[in-house]
Design a protein around this ligand. Structure first.
Ligand code: PLP
Length: 395
């Protein structure tokens, strides 16, 4: 047998251990998705693990436009954007994003992860400082590491600590504060207006990842700038086309000068294939649907309010979640696995998150609410959590 690095064997042991306890929930196959339900092992389950916050998957306008793009251009572009890979659908998507976000221009990449990796490492380098919230998404951190800039972390949503970091890094060539608008494990919202003030005071660039605020924050679901009424005050907005938008890809939107720089210099734009026609068209159509069907955004808010208020009233710990990502904290890791199995056995598709993905003693079930969930769905989930509490004492 080949001698693999120790880490390979450690993974094998971890997987074997979880499987032996019936706690292995990784890569579960979903056979069919039907709105807020998934079918696994011939069972219909309420889906609490999806980012389809507004239920746009299989929206007829989105599917139709994706199919038209395949009819027009086939399934691939056979190239990078700079070598005959740019089709009208790409330009249309970038214009749609820029208009939706009230910005001058946009660039799309092949995923949200690649967007952060590529944009951050193109914009910053050895003499700069990149200042990240401790809970920033891995793709932001990886982009910072790849950039070669000094990576400085501040405590989660802690403005005093951020100011300290800004003071500490005053001698760097340029500084950038990079945050998630909505945190993907806790569902809380960053204090963006105060951060804008700090960035101004210390002449730092402000970069905000909107993976979980697009379609969620603001009356029209256009994101953080609408929510905080701070249009144009964030320097760089990033988002993905794979969460609320049922497609694949990511974007940066900002002023023309910055986007032009990224289009000429970012390596994953220059050296990696263009988004497929269908993905591109689906994303464009999705932005239009969000604009047209604002009732989806309102319904999502109602569902979040209903679901979280009942659980909070009963004393369950949902941290400071204010959005569609709702963590049910079960500090004991073993119990988290057990409650997850209990809920899945009751046809609720929910998944656990345990350390080191989250801080010690904050293991959780990560529940995502969508606009499609009915009151009956939510009541069933809530009752099942109450039942789980009777068995496992998670309060
Ligand atoms: C905050 C945040 N940024 C970026 C990404 C990466 O996006 P994608 O899945 O499109 O690669 C994610 C994905 O989970 C995310 O949560």
């Amino acid at each position: 047998m080949r001698e693999y690095p120790q880490s390979v064997l450690e993974t094998e042991n971890t997987v074997r251990d979880l499987k032996s306890k019936n706690h292995y929930f990784y890569l579960q196959q979903v056979d069919r998705i039907d709105g807020q339900y998934v079918y696994c092992d011939n069972r219909k389950m309420i889906n609490l693990a999806s980012y389809s916050y507004l239920g746009l998957l299989h929206h007829p306008d989105i599917d139709a436009y994706a199919k038209k793009a395949i009819d027009d251009f086939g399934t691939g572009t056979h190239g990078v954007r700079i070598l005959a890979g740019t089709i009208p659908y790409h330009n249309e998507l970038e214009k749609t994003i820029a208009d939706f976000k009230k910005r001058e221009a946009a660039i799309v990449y092949s995923s949200g992860y690649v967007t952060n990796l590529s944009a951050i490492s193109t914009l910053f380098g050895r003499h700069d400082a990149v200042i990240c919230d401790k809970y920033d998404h891995a793709s932001i951190v990886d982009g910072c590491l790849l950039s070669g800039a000094e990576l400085v972390r501040f405590n989660h949503n802690d403005l005093e600590n951020l100011e300290k970091r800004l003071i500490q890094t005053q001698n760097h060539r340029s500084r950038c504060v990079l945050i998630d608008s909505v945190y993907s494990m806790d569902g809380d919202i960053a204090p963006i207006p105060e951060m804008i003030q700090l960035c101004r005071k210390y002449n730092a660039i402000f970069f905000v990842d909107e993976a979980h605020s697009l379609g969620v924050l603001g009356e029209k679901g256009t994101g953080v700038e609408e929510y905080f009424n701070c249009y144009g005050e964030i320097d760089i907005l990033m988002g993905t086309l794979s969460k609320v938008i049922p497609s694949m890809g990511g974007y940066i939107t900002a002023d023309e000068t910055l986007i032009s720089h990224l289009k000429h210099r970012s390596r994953s734009f220059v050296f990696s294939a263009a988004l497929t026609p269908a993905n591109t068209a689906a994303a464009t159509a999705s932005f239009r649907v969000i604009q047209k069907e604002t009732w989806r955004v309102h319904k999502l808010k109602e569902n979040i309010e209903y679901f979280t208020s009942i659980l909070r009233d009963q004393g369950f710990n949902l941290l400071n979640s204010q959005t569609a990502i709702i963590p049910l904290i079960i500090p004991d890791e073993e119990k988290t696995w057990q409650v997850c199995r209990f809920m899945q056995d009751k046809d609720i598709f929910v998944l656990p998150v345990v350390p080191p993905a989250v801080p010690p003693n904050t293991s959780r079930l990560r529940m995502n609410v969508s606009s499609e969930m009915t009151k009956e769905d939510m009541d069933y989930v809530i009752q099942t959590i109450f039942d789980a509490n009777k068995v496992f004492q998670i309060l």
